[in-house]
Design a binder for this molecule. Structure first.
Ligand code: NAD
Length: 343
């Protein structure tokens, strides 16, 4: 008898977090189905997933905002039970330069997805949101009840608007959608196999790929943006969560939705609950990799939040979510991935 796995559509499943979620979903007994347009990823991610799992994952190359193309996926994969929606453009700086692209892609893909899910009565959705919705918080750590602030970039605004759209759709009379909004803190690292990981196209926007590329000699020097913030060592503080821990958070969120245990719309912070400064990341990376890092202190970047980290009590108590990977092990996995990539 062929194995009957519950099918979950993973939009953006060729991307950094999506590819790790595909692996964890499959290993938890689900059948992930990937939809991606490779606007910020490469075919090699699918090859990596295949090597880890030893099976081919069904894949559709399409723009999720293309409703007709998405409809064909739902027709072909008749009995989809849920969707994890990763597909979005995600670079804060680029979103300031190209706001229309960000609004079109991030809102357009969600609107198209919700329309098609509605017509096929697929009612369970996990949405990739971000701690960026909290802006500069008044108190730390941030809980899900911490008020959101006006977004400081078009990217951040798309996440807030998407959360609002989802809440409105869930609460519409006769609405059948149930959704879990996952607010990620800072995902880092790579799968222990070093077959999938973060694949920045061009100059990395995030700290850790810049660190690993500098150590590998691809970038000459890392710039730390400011050391005069109101933090113990003056550099920014973030909550760095290993990408596999984050991916597992999606599995438990899907399980909760499918078990009918969730309220109609629920929000969870996914982080470690710990804050680490940029300097701590640099020092921990040096320890984990045995590499000396060439860095300098530069000017603070406008719009950077001085410090943010998560209170993860709700995710722990309601989802049973925990993180297992230390900062040092996370950075070691990022370095292993960088070495596998070469130059
Ligand atoms: P990523 O760019 O690696 O993955 C996104 C994937 O979606 C890519 O493979 C891209 O090709 C695809 N995609 C984009 N638009 C698409 C479209 N219209 N149709 C089909 N495919 C499309 O990014 P990631 O880091 O894996 O992030 C995944 C999600 O998590 C995004 O929604 C992002 O905003 C959110 N998020 C990421 C972070 C982070 O630091 N990485 C933090 C908070 C939230």
């Amino acid at each position: 008898m062929t194995e009957q796995r519950t099918k979950i559509l993973v939009t953006g499943g060729a991307g950094y977090i999506g590819s790790h979620a595909v692996v964890e979903l499959y290993q938890a007994g689900f059948q992930p189905i990937i939809a991606d347009d490779f606007s910020n990823s490469q075919q090699s991610a699918l090859a990596g997933v295949r090597e880890i799992l030893g099976v081919e994952t069904p894949f559709y190359e399409l723009d999720v905002a293309d409703e007709a193309a998405l409809r064909r996926v739902f027709e072909a994969e008749k009995d989809l039970q849920g969707v994890i929606h990763f597909a979005a453009s995600k670079a804060v700086g680029e979103s300031v330069a190209k706001p229309l692209h960000y609004y079109r892609n991030n809102l357009g893909s969600l609107l198209s997805l919700l329309t098609v899910m509605g017509s096929f009565q697929v009612n369970n959705l996990v949405f990739s949101s971000s701690c960026t919705v909290y802006g500069v918080p008044d108190a730390l750590p941030v809980t899900e009840a911490t008020p959101t602030k006006k977004a400081n970039s078009p990217y951040g605004n798309t996440k807030q608007i998407c959360e609002d759209i989802l809440t409105d759709v869930v609460h519409a009379p006769g609405g059948t959608l149930r959704t879990i909004l996952l607010r990620y803190f800072n995902p880092i690292g790579a799968h222990e196999s070093a077959k999938i990981g973060e694949l920045p196209l061009g100059v990395p926007q995030n700290l850790v790929p810049f660190v690993t590329q500098t150590a590998a000699g691809i970038r000459e020097q890392l710039t730390i943006y400011g050391d005069t913030y109101d933090t113990p060592d003056g550099t920014n503080i973030r909550d760095y969560i290993h990408v596999v821990d984050l991916a597992k958070g999606h599995v438990v969120a899907v399980q909760r939705l499918l078990a009918g245990e969730s309220d109609n719309v629920e929000t969870f912070n996914l982080g470690t609950g710990r804050g680490n400064s940029v300097l701590e990341v640099v020092q921990t990376f040096e320890k984990a990799s045995g590499q000396k890092l060439n860095y300098r202190i530069g000017e603070p970047r406008p719009g950077d939040v001085p410090a943010i980290y998560a209170d993860v009590t709700k995710a722990t108590e309601v989802l049973g979510f925990t993180t297992e990977t230390s900062l040092e092990d996370s950075l070691a996995s990022a370095w292993k991935w960088q070495q596998a990539l070469g130059k």
